[in-house]
Structures are given as C-alpha cells and as structure tokens.
Design a binder for this molecule. Sequence first.
Ligand code: BTN
Length: 246
Amino acid sequence: MKYDGLDTAALAARLGVPSCLALERVTSTLDIIHELAVEGAPCGALVLADEQVSGRGRQSRRWYSPKGGGVWLSSLKRPSRPVEGGVLALRTGLAVVRALTDLDVVAKLKWPNDVMLHDRKLAGVLCEARWRGPEIAWVALGIGINVHGPLPEEIAGRAISLDEVLPGVDRLMVLDALMPWIRDLCDRPNLDESECLEFGQCDWLVDRAIREPVEGTARGVDRTGALVVETPSGIEHVVGGNVVPA
Ligand code: BTN
C-alpha cells in the first residue's frame, strides 16, 4: 500500500532504512516486526501502519492508534552487544524528543519514555526484547506519536496530538525528523554522561514529588537508566513501574 503517497521502496530510500513495510491495518506493528525478525529481517527494518487494532503500551495498557491518526511504527534493532532494554527504551524516548526539537517543538520526557507536551502525552515508546539463550536476539522498538487530532474525550485531558501545536504537520514530516535519530541509536550498555545530561534537560519529573512506585522526589536518571528518587530514607534507584506524581 502507499503511505502518505509513497510506496514502500520510496519510503525505505527516503528514510534510509534497509526495508520498510507499510500496512493498512495490523494488530500491532510490534507483532509484525517480531514476525519479520524471526524470518531474518535486517537491523533497521521498519514497519509502519495506518491503524493498529490492538496497539499496546507499557504495563499492558492499550495504545489508541486510529487510522491515519499518527505514526505507529516498529523498528528492528539487533544490538551487537548486551544492552539493557530499559537503556534502549530511554534512548528511543530521547530520539523522539530530538526529532520534535528539529520540528521546533519543545517536548519533555516523563521517565522512562513518555513524551510530554504541555503536560499531556504526545508519544510513547515500548521496547520488546527477544532472547536467544542468555543473549539478546533482537529488540523491537515500538513508537507511537499522535499526529492528528481530535483525540477522543476519554483521553483528551491527558493526551495531545502534534497538530495542536503544529498545524499542517503530517506523518512524513515526523518520520523525516525521527528516523535519522532512530537509525543511529547507539547500543552502548549504559547511558553516557551526555545522554544523562540530555535527559536532565528534558526531564518532566525532575524535582517533582512522586508517590509511586516509591515516595520521594525525582532527581533524574543514573547511567543504567534507573530513575533516581530521593526518599526520606535515602536515595533509591527505581528500575520499573509506573511513576505517579504526588
Ligand atoms: C506507552 O506509552 O505505554 C507505549 C506506547 C507505544 C505505542 C507504540 S505504537 C507502535 C508500536 N506498536 C504498539 O502496539 N505499540 C507501539
């Protein structure tokens, strides 16, 4: 099929990926990318969909993915060395923020990788690793970016679409900005100092009081991608869970 007027060969060339599959309706682009990975698809393979009928988010949440409403993509990574899924997911969130910056949109990251705009969620990242024995065989990076509203009433209070701040934006503009950052995503096992600093510059939670998964004040991330929380009994490093501001 054509995706915003481009066939898959044109998309792959334009986005600089080794292969691109654009589908009209899928359960989840993550399902498709895992299937392709089993068949031997190369690192960088990309799946786009117009619509996902079972789009999924972190912690088994549903990801609203209506036809033409956003960029619903999955990209295949085959890390050449062991890397924590959490580190890759955090880097992917940073990549989305960089892409938005390139579009002159200043977004924030709510740990680990909710992309926030005006305190509402614009985009989300879900990374799924598959293992071969003790080694990572591949990681599917799933990225959802709300591009066109209106959003349904039940999520409009906490979610936002890009066209609210960037009228006239389309999915290809978002992909053009995003894919260079995704292509070059590094697979170093830990975040380096500059990545931690970069996270600090767009950290939506920093210095906010939180009540879950632990009570305290958010103080950025460490090199492993864990959230650093100052609690009454000392510093804690949170590796999972859902952060709820106090
Ligand atoms: C989250 O914020 O909880 C993560 C949302 C991730 C959504 C994207 S859309 C493309 C890919 N396919 C899915 O089913 N989920 C991810």
